[in-house]
Design a protein around this ligand. Sequence first.
Ligand SMILES: [Zn+2]
Length: 160
Amino acid sequence: MNEYKKIHLLAHELIPVINDLDDEPKQIILDHIKDCDDCKGLYINTLEFDASIPTLDYSNEVELKPLKKLVQFNTGLKLLLIAIRAVILFYILYSSFSFSSVDSVDLSFIQSALFLFYTPAAIFLLIFTFTFFTKKWLWISLLTDLFLVMFLSKILQLFF
Ligand SMILES: [Zn+2]
């Protein structure tokens, strides 16, 4: 099997999840698509599919291929990881506001709660992200978490 055929086979498998790939493998596939009509067709289908996700209704779901379902599952998991963080942050802020009057919010409480509750949850979610998602997502998550833990209470300080 020559190099072109090998890349073609891999491209064919990976095109349905192309938006979740790292930049380098993605570029290899995009380069291959230029010379391969078969993969180009599949790529166009994938783009159309992605564009149609918000309008999908249940009757279309039966026809979905497993890989396409996996893409939806993948997107769902990312939203879940974001939602878990949002709920924890909301809970921390909500508690700190309900324990104190609006003009004297206890910022040290927020800072402690970030360390005690948010940090362990974030570490767990980061391990999960490391296992199931691309490096790009891991970096985005890691930087967001570090930023929140180190600077959130300082940013709030500017307002209260
Ligand atoms: Zn191809």
